[in-house]
Design a protein around this ligand. Structure first.
Ligand code: NAD
Ligand code: TYD
Length: 352
């Protein structure tokens, strides 16, 4: 069975919007995409203006909250949805530490609602792909890698809520035979990422000459993946992955936070020039550590590589350069998203 009517949840966020752009521009997908997004602070429909203009018959946007079961269920019926790629989530660890509630609703209840609607339409269902994170596995010591068989040990309310949603998806496959797959991916970076995450936050602060707040000793390690490589992996799994299976996705790119921040400083110095004394590295400021801060993440993605022949293409050096350059060249996007002008525009367009 072929994917015809694909519901993408959270398609106006960072990875979701890159995924929709990737499907239209770089694959032979010829079906319809229904982007279902609540447009929280992290969702920006401007990320897809070009797609909306170029594919008016094949791209539909629906502003809806996945926590609203009736709204979700109506969309399944009216668009005859046969597949789901589920990105919608509250996604920032620091926010989950301050206010966990939204994470419980969106990430757990929202996922449950989608699963229930998919189950009710199971006779036409092709695939339900759930996007998750390597953070469900907890923290690694100096050695070792996360495998698909690594036990779940989430540390933050964010990762605990994602772990819970993974368990639900797996249970709907095991119990009801829903044709579902899960991917657990490492940290993504690239264009359109909301400037609360490490790479865009440091880039914008460096451009504006603001302090660069590095948590703890700066030696926490993440495994970085360029967002388009992630999109390619997701599409590969949706089409060729075995139902009921989980696939780890990683970049083979372990980096200490401090090293990344220094690279960003050097790139901003190079691309924006230095009208100040010395390098932007002087802006680096060590601040109090994040509570429960996982020390190291690293992914073993041999399963995806061997079974589905996927491998990340972008090197970290070139990916980071492209990303920093994108932020320097898209000041309007940055200004609007930071100013609140964008929120009032959303209210005008779509209601409060
Ligand atoms: P993001 O925060 O940029 O985007 C999330 C999107 O979901 C936004 O458009 C937001 O408006 C929408 N949304 C939030 N709550 C909603 C609700 N109740 N109903 C409908 N839409 C809602 O997140 P992202 O970085 O693009 O992450 C996407 C997915 O990938 C998440 O599930 C996240 O857990 C997972 N993930 C992210 C990373 C990463 O490094 N960013 C790594 C691995 C996995
Ligand atoms: P982040 O981008 O929030 O992703 P995650 O917590 O999901 O891995 O953070 C990446 C790493 O950068 C993490 O170890 C925390 C650290 N960090 C800082 O040191 N300073 C910051 O201002 C932020 C946002 C993150």
């Amino acid at each position: 069975m072929k994917i015809r009517n694909l519901m993408v949840t959270g398609g106006s966020g960072f990875i979701g919007s890159n995924f929709i752009r990737y499907l239209f521009n770089k694959t032979d997908f010829d079906g319809r995409i229904i982007n279902v997004d609540k447009l929280t602070y992290a969702g920006n429909p401007e990320n897809l203006t070009e797609i909306e203009r170029s594919y008016p018959d094949r791209y539909c946007f629906e502003r809806a909250d996945i926590c609203d079961f009736d709204a979700v269920d109506d969309l399944f019926t009216s668009y005859a949805v046969d597949s789901v790629c589920h990105f919608a989530a509250e996604s920032h660890v620091d926010r989950s530490i301050k206010r966990p509630g939204e994470f419980i609703y969106t990430n757990i209840i929202g996922t449950y609602n989608l699963l229930e609607s998919a189950r009710a339409n199971q006779e036409r269902f092709v695939t339900f792909h759930h996007i998750s994170t390597d953070e469900v596995y907890g923290s690694l010591g100096k050695r070792g890698l996360f495998r698909e068989t690594t036990p779940y040990r989430p540390s933050s309310p964010y990762s605990a809520s994602k772990a819970s949603s993974d368990h639900l998806v797996r249970a709907y496959n095991t119990t009801f035979g829903l044709p579902a797959t899960i991917s657990n991916c490492s940290n993504n970076y690239g264009p359109y990422q909301f400037p609360e995450k490490l790479i865009p936050l440091m880039t914008l602060n460096a451009m504006e000459g603001k302090a660069l707040p590095v948590y703890g000793d700066g030696k926490n390690v993440r495994d970085w993946l360029y967002v388009e490589d992630h999109c390619e992996a997701i599409w590969t799994i949706m089409n060729r992955g075995k139902k009921g299976e989980t696939y780890n996705i990683g970049g083979n790119m372990e980096m200490e936070n401090i090293v990344i921040v220094e690279m960003i400083c050097d790139l901003v110095d190079e691309l924006c020039g230095t009208d100040r004394d010395g390098s932007r590295r002087d802006l680096i400021t060590y601040v109090t550590d994040r509570p429960g801060h996982d020390r190291r993440y690293a992914i073993d993605f041999t399963k995806l590589q061997k079974q589905l022949t996927w491998f990340p293409k972008e090197s970290f050096e070139s990916g980071l350069r492209k990303t920093v350059q994108w932020y320097t060249e898209n000041q309007n996007w940055v200004e609007r998203i930071k100013s609140g002008e964008y929120q009032s525009w959303i209210e005008e367009q779509y209601g409060a």
